[in-house]
Design a protein around this ligand. Structure first.
Ligand code: DGT
Ligand code: CA
Ligand code: CA
Length: 575
């Protein structure tokens, strides 16, 4: 894709900015600014001119050299000069240049007079009133900069659970080697298995805090130490993820873990229960007056308010405290409860491993069955199956089942739900299968009414078994399509079909609240990896975390059933 004139002009302006920061030749700087203005004002796109074999119009002040640079930019070639300048100029200057009202002159003043090395330092200098003392900075600019910085820092930048897992594991390994450290546990939203995490909160125990906080801030991935004291520290990792560490004595471990696991709403409710019983509950322990009566374990915190232990995934103050008090907490599903996986791809469509390889990986995880569910022909990009290819795959699966021993490959499909609610393959083809996973992969923007009707119509088909990733959302990338979930759940119950909880960490679709709705309606949920390669079968663990947040017990989970109990459930009787 060729560059637009505005992009070319921005690059030229950037060169001018950087030259100015570097105290370059004023004539050269002016030439680049002039060229930027000219390009911005041109009636035609430079790229189209070049594509037609024409040359740039002759403009005063744009010589052969600059014209050459403009052409390079138009065809998206990199400008070596710009790369070179970017390397020389300090990163903070580049960052400051992106703020409103800050050109090279003002950036230079900030860096040289106020020694600003980070946007946070600029923020502090603005708040202290130091910035407005500089020549050329008035109250108006001060206000605009403050607004821009504060708005920027309010933009929620949350990390997906799987990404945090990858970042937290080596950090925890590092912390376990800290001098004098005892327990090291990740608390916060990560421990509650929330689908995204704002920052990691770690609770550690040690008799002496300082050696541990020092060790923590020396972790090689740390790019910034935001705060460091004797018992707490906050750092930012190279990935941008913030980490809060709290160090407490062993006797406070349970109380601190409880406090920093949250959620805040759950904590507040528990603390209020304590107050009603004349207790003070904080991150150091449970106290009656000045006497500590517990806090070494989380169980002691709950016991103090006459409650059984509440699993972290439930701690959102969404009824778990009442349920605990009534001894009606669900026994939550665990990874080990899963017997199989009902949504798996292979090389026949867009997967990366053969069916045999997927079987081996599933066996290694302790599963007893998988369903091969390739895409159907409508998904041409994924090389989806038509009836003939599906028939061949079914024959291949039958052959495989005959010699793989105590493991079963179920014959499935991930069939597209077409816009009119029809399925992408005829009933005659679907009738040959053990199960039909049906999915919306197109027309995400239908109205709520149309989208709901579309899926309900698909559910009417006699072989429809499971609705895959029921809302189509991709966390942080694509909003869910608009659909009436309570109606889908009701329909699933009436028709004997099931909903999928897609465990891919970008999806986690169903949400926790929808899982709970399905459970209350008596609709079973299939926790499925949607694996496209053997390593992705382990995504099931994220699905289990989400299912636990949705209060699901093993009885609520379709694939927590052994094959002989599963089979009759997959057979629908609607004709
Ligand atoms: P996040 O980081 O946005 O994904 O969510 P959390 O839940 O990890 O929240 P965070 O990191 O701000 O705080 C960690 C825990 O600390 C939180 O879940 C509960 C506890 N906490 C934080 N602030 C307060 C507070 O003002 N009161 C109480 N009771 N607890 C708090
Ligand atoms: Ca957190
Ligand atoms: Ca935090």
């Amino acid at each position: 894709m060729p560059a637009h004139n505005t992009e070319i002009a921005d690059a030229l302006d950037q060169v001018a900015d950087l030259l100015e920061l570097e105290q370059g030749n004023p004539f050269r700087i002016r030439a680049y600014r002039n060229a930027a203005r000219v390009v911005r004002g041109l009636g035609t796109e430079v790229a189209s001119l070049l594509a037609r074999g024409e040359d740039l119009p002759k403009v005063r002040g744009i010589g052969a050299d600059l014209a050459g640079k403009i052409k390079e930019l138009a065809t998206r070639e990199r400008l070596p000069l710009l790369d070179e300048l970017r390397r020389h100029v300090p990163a903070i200057a580049l960052e400051l240049l992106r703020l409103p009202n800050l050109g090279p002159k003002r950036v230079k003043l900030l860096c040289e007079k106020l020694h600003i090395h980070s946007v946070e330092q600029l923020h502090r200098a603005l708040l202290d009133g130091r910035v407005r003392t500089l020549p050329g900075f008035g109250a108006g600019i001060e206000k605009k900069l403050l607004e821009a910085i504060e708005e920027r820092s309010h933009v929620p930048s949350r990390f997906k659970l799987a990404a945090v897992e990858g970042l937290a594991a080596p950090l925890i390994d590092h912390l376990r080697k800290a001098p004098g450290v005892g327990q090291v546990t990740v608390a916060g939203s990560y421990r509650r298995c929330q689908e995204t995490v704002g920052d990691i909160d770690i609770v550690a125990t040690a008799a002496k805090g300082p050696p541990v906080t020092t060790w923590f801030t020396q972790y090689p991935e740390v790019v910034r130490v935001a705060a460091a004291g004797d018992t707490r520290a906050t750092v930012v990792l190279r990935s941008g993820l913030q980490v809060d560490l709290r160090i407490v004595p062993e006797e406070s471990y349970g109380a601190a873990l409880h406090y920093f696991t949250g959620s805040k709403a759950h904590n507040i409710a528990i603390r209020r229960l304590g107050q009603e019983n004349g207790l003070k509950i904080n991150e150091y322990g449970v106290f009656r007056g000045r006497r500590r009566i517990g806090g070494e374990t989380e169980a002691e915190v709950y016991k103090a308010v006459d409650l059984p232990f509440i699993p972290p995934e439930l701690r959102e103050n969404r009824g778990e405290i009442e349920a605990a008090a009534a001894h009606r907490l669900p026994k939550l599903v665990e990874l080990a409860d899963l017997r199989g996986d009902l949504h798996v791809h292979s090389t026949a469509t867009d997967g990366h491993n053969t069916i045999e390889e997927m079987v081996e990986a599933a066996r290694a995880l302790g599963l007893g069955y998988i369903a091969i569910t390739e895409h159907s022909r409508h998904l041409a990009m994924a090389h989806g199956l038509d009836p003939a290819r599906l028939r061949r795959q079914v024959a291949e699966i039958d052959r495989l089942n005959a010699h793989i021993g105590p493991f079963t490959v179920l014959r499935g499909i991930e069939v597209d739900i077409l816009e009119d609610g029809k399925l992408d393959l005829p009933d005659s083809a679907l009738a040959e299968l053990d199960l039909v996973v049906a999915a919306v992969h197109s027309r995400f923007n239908l109205s709520r009414e149309q989208q709901t009707e579309r899926i309900l119509r698909a559910m009417e088909r006699p072989h429809f078994t499971i609705l895959a990733h029921p809302t189509g959302r991709l966390i942080g990338e694509r909003e869910p399509y608009d659909v009436d979930m309570p109606r889908l759940i009701d329909a699933a119950r009436e028709r004997g079909c099931f909903l999928e909880l897609n465990a891919h960490p970008d999806r986690l679709d169903l949400t926790d609240t929808h899982c709970r709705m399905a459970k209350e309606a008596g609709v079973l949920v299939s926790i499925a990896s949607d694996a496209h390669r053997d390593t992705e079968l382990s995504y099931l663990r994220f699905g289990v975390g989400q299912a636990r947040r949705g209060w699901l017990s093993p009885e609520d989970v379709l694939n927590a059933r052994p094959l002989e109990e599963l089979r009759p459930l997959l057979r629908r009787t609607i004709a």
